[in-house]
Design a protein around this ligand. Structure first.
Ligand code: NAD
Ligand code: IPM
Ligand code: MN
Length: 339
């Protein structure tokens, strides 16, 4: 297994070290190559993601990424020039984000019930494409646009993937989350696509919610969700809510998938570089470890993924919720439990 590792910024290197610890415990054959990308490189050389590095990354089976973003770099430089460039160049059209409330984990909700959802977020379109511009900058009449791009091809492939995941799960339920009452052009494309593809999956029941109502139901009735399919920006927002109600952002995993297998898929925690706690050794590495689980599943090693997930489930059921997290202690424990 040839793995490219991009630790990145802030707590990225701290949590990635623990993810690798666990990966090595279950898959000693892993050959991990670190790539120095992120704020430090940008400060040193002005580079974000040189083509030569991108070409090298393409030669790997998968990528493990920590986080990017730094208070000393203008907002958007690293996010667009590195993270989104990776997702777009490597055609990561599915951004897979499970959210599960594990036994022993306290949700802030009054009545959380069982939460086990799988958000299939579109990854290469929507308002993320950078299709926009500014006119009359720095004048009182400045105009800024950010146009959401939605293609039939792009919507169909992510919707189809969501149906495939839904049909393989016990509840076989899929919810489209959008804002079809306002974003009528893109909304219509998404709704029609879901309707068309649903004909091929008669076992899957389908629901629709506007994104504003959905954020409310994530808090008041999250157990209604099974698989969710949604656009890039809505998916970004609702998966932070889903993380919060299932124990916190330190436990939310993700996979950026090129489902066709042409390019390596990339696995990363949902959270960012957390500059407020970086360097203190107190970041929760669980999200990264669960992302390693997704990586193993994706690379056709479900038995190893099961070991990693079982280790996390056991650890969470025995964690003292009041104890301060030590990043490396959790990694040690999870590696020992998985290996
Ligand atoms: P963030 O996720 O970094 O932090 C939000 C809050 O969650 C902070 O209080 C942080 O301490 C806490 N937190 C995050 N991860 C944690 C963990 N593993 N354990 C414990 N606490 C954790 O989001 P932000 O503050 O909005 O963004 C900070 C920077 O990260 C920005 O530059 C942003 O663009 C970037 N970012 C990058 C990614 C990514 O690389 N995928 C994702 C989100 C944000
Ligand atoms: C995430 C992040 C990224 C996103 C940013 C940093 C580009 O918030 O991975 O959730 O919006 O997708
Ligand atoms: Mn986000």
């Amino acid at each position: 297994m040839r793995l490219a590792v991009v630790p990145g910024d802030g707590i990225g290197p701290e949590v990635v070290a623990e993810g690798l610890k666990v990966l090595r415990a279950v898959a000693p054959d892993v050959e991990a190559t670190p790539y120095d990308l992120g704020a430090a490189r940008w400060h040193r050389t002005g580079e974000l993601l040189p083509d030569s590095v991108l070409d090298e990354l393409r030669q790997h089976d998968a990528i493990l990424l920590g986080a990017v973003g730094d208070p000393g770099v203008p907002s958007g430089i690293l996010e667009r020039g590195l993270l989104l460039k990776l997702r777009f160049e490597l055609d990561h059209h599915v951004n897979l984000r499970p959210a599960k409330l594990y036994d022993g984990v306290r949700s802030p909700l009054a009545r959380p019930g069982e939460i086990d959802m799988l958000c299939v977020r579109e990854g290469t379109e929507g308002p993320y494409v950078g299709n926009g511009g500014v006119l009359r900058r720095d004048t009182p009449h400045e105009i800024a646009t950010e146009v959401s791009l939605n293609t039939a091809f792009g919507v169909e492939r992510v919707v189809r993937y969501a149906f495939e995941r839904a049909v393989a799960r016990p509840r076989k339920h899929l919810t489209l989350i959008h804002k079809t009452n306002v974003l009528t052009h893109a909304g219509s494309l998404w709704s029609r696509t879901v309707e068309e593809v649903s004909a091929e999956f008669p076992e899957v029941t389908v629901a629709y919610q506007h994104v504003d109502a959905a954020t409310m139901f994530f808090i008041t009735d999250p157990s209604r969700y099974d698989v969710i399919v949604t656009d890039n920006l809505f998916g970004d927002i609702i998966t932070d809510v889903a993380a919060a109600v299932t124990g916190g952002i330190g436990m939310a995993a993700s996979g950026n998938l090129d489902v066709s297998g042409t390019n390596p898929s990339m696995f990363e925690p949902v959270h960012g570089s957390a500059p407020d706690i970086a360097g203190q050794g107190i970041a929760d590495p669980t999200a990264t470890v669960l992302s390693v689980g997704l990586l193993l599943d994706h690379l056709g090693r479900p038995e190893l993924a099961k070991k990693v997930n079982a280790a996390v489930a056991f650890d969470l059921s025995t964690r003292d919720p009041k104890a301060t997290i030590r990043t490396s202690e959790i990694g040690d424990r999870l590696a020992a439990l998985s290996g």
